[in-house]
Design a protein around this ligand. Sequence first.
Ligand SMILES: [Zn+2]
Ligand SMILES: [Zn+2]
Length: 317
Amino acid sequence: MKIKLIGVRGSLPTPSDNKEYRNKIRNILYRAIDKGLSDVTQINNFINNLPEYLQFNYGGNTTCVTLTSNSGKLYLIDCGSGLRTLGDELLSTEFGKGKGHLKVFITHCHWDHIQGLPFFKPIYIPGNIIEFYSPYENLEENLIAQMNSPFFPAPFNGTASTKKFHLLKEGEPFKLEDDLSVDFYPLKHPGGSFAFRFKEAGKIFIFATDAEFSGETLEKTGNHTDFFMNADLLILDSQYTLDEHFRKFDWGHTSYTVAVNCGVRWKVKHLVLTHHEPSNNDEKLKNILNGAIQHRNEMKTKEPVIHLAREGMIFGL
Ligand SMILES: [Zn+2]
Ligand SMILES: [Zn+2]
């Protein structure tokens, strides 16, 4: 399966501001002094060798991730503001002709996880089929509510695509394809949230945000250990530093330090830190990545490999 990150910011869409943009230009030009860049190839090589936080923006769109199965079918996890760009891209595929079929998994209904849906053009095209899967009996009601007047001009039920809702049941892995299944696990978060675990051809991908793990909850062994063990790829809420988590205990998010502890404890191969705090710019996020790697190294282990979620990032399993 292939996993692509479309939105990685937590809580609120966060465009980078002009101050950060100018700081990046200054920092890049400073590094270019004396490099003698005189043609496009040299410039491209220079860019490709910059630190990641200068080569890219980590991204300001809220949570949205796609999974493409080995058979080529497309699945979506959460409908944050990243969904708008995905919808625009899909218009050149069968979704633009009203022949698209998408299965969507929703972790919970906080705004940052559903706010992209009203701007997802394929839902307005007749013939497209959008199927929603979640453990929430009231998911349809909640998606209708966010598009009701006066909050949005077009009502959810007025959109022309066909929408279907499916309730996932606890403890029953749901078969999506012959060799692709999904199950879920409840997370500590205000109002609740669910982690989804996808299994295909012996590979495991787990998506877990918004989630508050602490040293104390991690110490308790139990069902969560069974659910999270041995993932090939775990995308995990890491919104806070440890200090921020102490100040924001019970706000429903994990510190990057504890996220690394989780990844090590659960023998995860690749750990992706996500749901970035809106007040953190790319330089601060870079420091969080470095801090997370250092923390793992201090635990005398090379696994998991740690990544910082960035829009456009792709993982193949
Ligand atoms: Zn969130
Ligand atoms: Zn939330």
